[in-house]
Design a protein around this ligand. Structure first.
Ligand SMILES: C[S@@+](CC[C@H](N)C(=O)[O-])C[C@H]1O[C@@H](n2cnc3c(N)ncnc32)[C@H](O)[C@@H]1O
Length: 297
């Protein structure tokens, strides 16, 4: 297993019976998808799902029963295969492809990243290493020459790379590494994230057929179960207008996150068909507020 795969495979390990707990959430996603998939102008040859993970957040049959072929992708394909088994779906019209969506794996970014930090301890050399890798990453494409009528993206913007960088800097901090250098490194990598997300979106738009539909789920903010804010958001979620208001308040207070950025970037290049807010009952302590948004070219 490679670095990005190991990191995500660990996150995908489920000890909390998520598939059972997320049944209602999956039903709400089905409900949102229903009119989009029923549209007679949508061709139903090939569907693609990005960031499948354990497939705990998607009733796979909603897609597979309509499309001739459904391609399932993730950097951690073992979890995807387990997820398909859990849903009792035969592999007839399924295809599994291991895809790393950012190009960081292709550039071998994490192969020597920690070593470079440990050995050089010097900001200029670390920056030169990152900038060199970014030149490779900036030209990265996945699934070249493919075309899909439906592309569905599971929440992934907030999961890309930066999370893994923070994990590394935290470990180095605990090992006594220079805190100001680590702070610089985190800020430098965070600045690169909009570019990473823009490239991911461009790659997605490239493989979406001209008449295709793109559906993206993005975790926008989170709430601690049982808090006052949690009660407010769970009440507001019944109404799009009320949730938009809470969102505006949250954004003014805390600013934009990577989850927002991914959708704003798509809004610039695609036509929005519809969107909806949903509560993703993530674990015992935390709920994610997710926006699901459907686009066409
Ligand atoms: C939060 S999960 C989405 C939930 C998932 N559909 C489920 O039900 O378990 C994000 C998924 O994105 C995948 N992922 C993260 N970084 C990735 C990358 N760079 N390339 C491809 N997949 C990645 C993870 O392996 C994980 O399965």
């Amino acid at each position: 297993m490679k670095h990005i795969e190991i990191f995500n495979s660990n996150l995908n390990q489920d000890t909390q019976k998520r598939y059972e707990r997320w049944a209602d959430y999956r039903a709400k996603i089905d409900d949102f998808l229903s009119p989009i998939l029923a549209d007679s102008t949508l061709e139903k040859n090939q569907a693609l799902i990005i960031g499948c993970g354990n497939l705990d957040d998607l009733n796979l049959q909603t897609i597979t029963k309509l499309f001739n072929k459904t391609t399932l992708t993730d950097v951690d394909l073992e979890s995807v295969k387990e997820g398909v088994k859990r849903q009792g779906i035969s592999n007839g019209n399924l295809e599994f492809i291991r895809v790393e969506v950012t190009g960081f794996e292709d550039s071998k970014f994490f192969d020597t990243f920690v070593q470079v930090i440990m050995e050089t301890k010097d900001q200029d050399s670390i920056q030169a290493y990152i900038d060199d890798k970014m030149k490779i990453i900036e030209t990265y494409h996945f699934l070249p020459d493919k075309s899909y009528d439906l592309v569905l993206v599971s929440p992934i913007y907030t999961q890309l790379i930066y999370h893994q960088i923070l994990n590394i800097t935290q470990t180095l901090r605990e090992l006594g590494h220079d805190p100001s250098m680590l702070e610089w490194l985190e800020a430098y990598m965070l600045d690169l994230m909009p570019g990473v997300i823009e490239r991911l979106n461009k790659n997605i738009m490239n493989i979406l057929s001209p008449k295709g539909r793109l559906v993206v789920l993005s975790d926008i903010f989170q709430s601690q179960n049982g808090t006052e804010f949690d009660q407010l958001i769970k009440k507001a979620i019944q109404s799009k207008k009320e949730t938009d208001k809470v969102y505006q308040y949250y954004q003014e207070k805390y600013g934009y996150g990577l989850g927002d950025f991914g959708l704003y970037d798509l809004d610039d290049s695609m036509k929005v068909i519809n969107y909806r807010w949903m509560i993703w009952p993530f674990d015992q302590d935390i709920s994610m507020v997710v926006k699901i948004k459907a686009y066409k070219k």
